[in-house]
Design a protein around this ligand. Sequence first.
Ligand code: PMP
Length: 423
Amino acid sequence: DQTICAPLPVLGADVTIPLVTGGDVTYAALDYAASSPALQRVWDDVAAYAPYYGSVHRGAGYLSQLSTDLFETSRATVAEFLGCRAEDQVVFTRSTTDSLNLLAAALPAGCQVFVFETEHHASLLPWRDARVTYLDAPRTPDQAVATLEKALAARDPHGPALVCVTGASNVTGELWPVRELAAAAHAHGARIVLDAAQLAPHHPVDIAELDVDWVAFSGHKLYAPFGSGVLAGRADWLVDAEPYLAGGGASRKVARRADGGVDVEWHTTAARHEAGSPNVIGVYSIAAACKALTEAGFDRLVDREQQLVTRVREGLAGVPEVKVLSLFGDDAPRVGVLSFVVEGWNSSHFAAALSAEYGIGVRDGLFCAHPLVRTLLGSEPQDPGECGAPDAAPGERSLNAIRVSFGAGTPDEHIERFLGAVR
Ligand code: PMP
């Protein structure tokens, strides 16, 4: 079916690069999990707006007012895209990392945090002042829920608690049982934040339907350019917290006191955590991406991506030296993100060869999820050679994997070229 199979055009589709073996080839971008190419439609929207952008919230001029209007409309577009509840706030940030650090800075006193060791470092590391319980890697989705239930049942039931969980793994692409984890969290009086950095670009996310308290994602993985992200969800903890950044835009009233100090009244809207001149173009591009995905028919994009997932799975299964990494089993539902190792090969050499000899851009390494990759690979060195993962510590030079990831705009040819190269 042509309608289902038509990929949504992205930037860079006709970029050609030289091969070491001679000649030029179109670049096959298969590293969407790191950053996806921007949708052509997003780029066009941003280009149409760019001559008109101005400072938001402050200027009296026409372009400032226009930009303020577009900035606030973008907030409403993102809220609609995420299925936000009436009382939710959409805070614009720089990225998922920034969003989760913002939430970490807004935790109520004494908050306990529960996080699986399998998370991306952006979800694993921001909770520095909280009491953190790291949960062991589960081997089935049911085990994930049971592990969380057990940990929450043992917690001090009086204080506030937060669970942080990924929707789709940036290493295995596997889907996590978000709805069930949210139900478990709420049953034990805890809140839950969904790291949707990898889920949102590949799957519609509905905050109310999943019944999660917050969602975080990044524009540059959702087919928008770099520089902006989102934290959406419950207003109460955010309104009670000190502003993430102190400065103009976050403050409603600032006045000298008789004793010489300064009194500040902070906003109670999302602006409380958005001090400074915001990234108007970045915010506008996120909203443009949300609209483009919705108008293209997100479900159709999911169908098309799942066809590619099946093709990659089958193709890799036909190469005996390849081992695809998974926590929940080879057949577990996943988005267009798969990591693997190749027996007898150093993963960095393998990825470099895919680039130099075939024009294919993948990633090798530990994918900012060191504990997960260690669990998946075991402590045994996987591959020979001196070349280590770009993000590995010196002692772990041989512990790394290769990740292929794709989505809207990926043509069949890129997948076939990749499978041919692996073979
Ligand atoms: N969470 C997950 C699951 C991710 O894959 C990533 C990016 N690799 C992040 C968080 C962090 O996103 P960013 O780098 O845009 O802050």
